[in-house]
Design a protein. Structure first.
Ligand SMILES: Nc1ncnc2c1ncn2[C@@H]1O[C@H](COP(=O)(O)OP(=O)(O)OP(=O)(O)O)[C@@H](O)[C@H]1O
Ligand SMILES: [Mg+2]
Lengths: 395, 249
């Protein structure tokens, strides 16, 4: 009986991979998509930063207390001093900033008074914002420069004001350090791509075959209905797994390409050891089995692909919401949560990635997911035995 | 041998009930071709689907070589080659690959599949497109491939719904000659058609069906005699008059 399921599985795979578009959509595209997104984000943020750094800012300074402030600022950005701008025109000009010191500021500093400096900038202009930030930095440096000057008069240095210095030491096991971002992103992407991969193929091999009239050709064959059910689920599951594995590879490539945009310097890719991969793969298997079985079941009940999409869409959206909702969560202790489909897999994957593997949770997930898949196969076999599978009126 | 005993099938959609097949009975013998004749919507396809286990009758029963289509569907499927015009092959595989697939599912040996593929493709003139993708074939080629697929396991009973529909006269002739040959081999053949000339040339016995009811069931000669006519078309209209359905034909 399982032999027949494998025959159907093999035939479907052969059929789908004869189409170069499928190979591109299932294998190549998911592998490219994350690296491309990362690269684009990186280049955009880098080139923008470069633009702001090399820009020449128009700066108006009123009541300048001290030439040394401008010297400090010169070390940070290029600017030219202008007179014609005011509060109003800062708004309309690119890269213009206005700094206003109080009157007599030089004397007041001399007398040891506190002065307030006002920086006028336009927060909706990225250039102006960047420049204002740099002016602020220069002001801070100027301020500590004044402070150290004053301290020196009393024979002190800035360090003397910080008698206790702090250095943080991370005591988490080496292999689990820097895995938080991975634990946030990987389960989400795997979940999404399992559904994305299973959806089209799963509906095509059920409702699509009804539409094309090839379903009854298979149904009049002597092959058992449970073999048809199992073979189709295996096939959809395989595509879903391939799709998510190649997305995963793409994600890793993206991280390797260096994603400062994602704070990737703090990533610990070496935490992805062989046992981590094995654990993730097993979880992936049960999760994709579940998604495939559900989608094949809904596609078989539907009379055409359009109706099938209507059934599957809400579940897909629910999966996305679930993925986002659990992104920042840590795996909870409540064992019942590990009986809920999809939720259980997400948390177990987080456990595995952060090297906090809990065997009880893993087993709960494994057993409950297998139970769900068996249940779906049972219902699917019933659908294949009923006349519902012949119901293929067009949309 | 196929026995259909008082089968009734009702479809219910949106408060409307359609009795597609109404207490219909007939027998198709080995070594003969039985033709179901009737206007559009008479219930021909529904009857053939019940025989081939795709639909279940509300009452009555259909047996194929002694196996009940509801109680022993797998045994029936093993012995039947079934094709309707809305059953189509599709996808990227070639006819040869599909024949192999269905042969494997029918528990045939690898070598038998090859031999059978060769003889079917020779017989149906399929050698030119045996290794082309199904999706790229013309509809007539697809239909030939579908016929070959339905016969890969050399079934004892062949049930074809309007087998020559949509085929050019050369291809249609190939199919009818093929069916005659199969009759000679002692197979039980049932076809449906609304083309009188096909029935006249091919069928040993015909059942005329109106609105789900079998109103005549006899040999062609028998029908000519009984209605004192010399063509099936005239017989058909005479029956239609008697049944009072001429307007709806
Ligand atoms: N799945 C279905 N659901 C609802 N009604 C159906 C279904 N299949 C057939 N019918 C109805 O049953 C009746 C008989 O249909 P059937 O297809 O058996 O006719 P037919 O004799 O094959 O006609 P044709 O010559 O047009 O193929 C028709 O009134 C049809 O509308
Ligand atoms: Mg019909």
């Amino acid at each position: 009986m399982f032999r027949d399921a494998l025959i159907i599985f093999r035939k479907e795979l052969k059929n789908v991979f004869k189409d170069p578009r499928t190979i591109f959509a299932v294998l190549i595209l998911p592998m490219l998509i994350m690296p491309i997104i990362f690269l684009v984000m990186n280049t955009v943020s880098q080139s923008q930063a470069e633009t702001y750094e090399s820009a020449v800012y128009s700066l108006k300074v009123t009541n300048l207390p001290d030439e040394r402030f401008l010297k400090i600022l010169e070390g940070i950005i290029s600017f030219e001093l202008v007179d014609e701008i005011n509060e109003e025109t800062v708004k309309d000009l690119e890269n213009s900033i206005m700094v206003e010191f109080p009157p007599n500021s030089a004397e007041r500093i001399e007398n040891g008074e506190r002065i307030d400096a006002l920086v006028f900038y336009n927060s909706t202009s990225r250039g102006s914002s960047y420049g204002a930030q740099m002016v602020q930095n220069a002001l801070a440096s100027y301020s500590s420069f004044l402070l150290s000057e004053k301290l020196l008069e009393h024979g002190l240095t800035i360090e003397d004001l910080n008698p206790v210095s702090v250095e943080k030491m991370d005591v988490a096991p080496e292999e689990s350090r820097g895995t938080e971002i991975l634990a946030t992103l990987i389960p989400y992407f795997l979940l999404i791509y399992i559904f994305a991969g299973a959806m089209n193929i799963g509906l095509d091999t059920t409702a699509g075959e009804k539409e094309r009239g090839s379903m009854p050709v298979l149904l009049v064959n002597q092959v058992s209905r449970s073999s048809i059910a199992t073979g189709k689920i295996l096939y959809v599951m395989t595509i879903a797994i391939l799709n998510s594995i190649f997305t995963f590879i793409g994600l890793i490539i993206a991280f390797k390409l260096g994603g400062p945009a994602f704070g990737a310097e703090n990533l610990n890719l070496s935490s992805l050891s062989a046992s981590t991969f094995l654990g993730l793969f097993i979880t992936l298997l049960t999760m994709s089995g579940l998604a495939a079985a559900l989608i094949v079941l809904l596609g078989s009940i539907a009379r055409n692909v359009k109706e099938g999409s209507g059934y599957v869409m809400p579940i897909y959206i629910m999966a996305i919401v679930l993925g986002i909702a659990t992104m920042q969560m840590e795996s909870p202790d409540n064992p019942f949560l590990y009986l809920i489909p999809l939720v259980n897999s997400i948390f177990v994957m987080k456990d595995i990635i952060t090297v906090n593997f809990v065997i009880a949770r893993f087993l709960l997930m494994l057993i409950s997911n297998l139970a769900y898949v068996s249940l779906f196969i049972y219902f699917l076999t019933r659908v294949f035995n009923s006349e519902r599978i012949m119901d293929s009126s067009g949309s | 041998m196929v026995k259909v005993e008082r089968i009734t099938k009702t479809f219910e959609n949106r408060r409307k009930k359609v009795t597609a097949v109404d207490s219909l009975s007939f027998v198709a013998e080995p070594g003969s071709i039985y033709g179901l004749l009737g206007p559009n919507g008479a219930g021909k396809t529904t009857t053939l689907r019940i025989i081939s286990t795709l639909l279940k009758p509300d009452s009555g029963r259909a047996t194929v070589m002694g196996f009940d289509s509801v109680d022993a569907p797998t045994e029936v499927r093993r012995r039947i080659g079934f094709l309707t015009s809305d059953m189509k092959l599709s996808g990227n595989l070639t006819p040869r690959e599909l024949l192999r697939f269905y042969g494997e599912l029918s528990q045939m040996r690898e070598s038998d599949i090859s031999v059978r593929t060769k003889s079917l493709s020779d017989y149906l003139n399929m050698t030119d497109f045996l290794d082309k993708r199904i999706g790229k074939l013309s509809s007539g080629m697809k239909q030939k491939a579908a016929i070959a697929v339905s016969l890969i396991h050399d079934p004892e009973v062949i049930v074809f719904d309007e087998p020559t529909n949509g085929l050019d006269i050369i291809t249609a002739r190939t199919v009818t000659e093929f069916l005659k040959d199969y009759r000679k081999k002692g197979k039980t053949i049932i076809i449906s058609t609304h083309i009188m000339s096909v029935a006249e040339k091919l069928c040993n016995k015909v059942g005329i069906i109106f609105k789900g009811k079998l109103v005549a069931n006899d040999t062609i000669e028998g029908l000519y005699r009984r209605f004192d006519e010399s063509s099936l078309e005239d017989v058909f209209f005479k029956i239609a008059d008697l049944e009072g359905v001429t307007e709806s034909v």
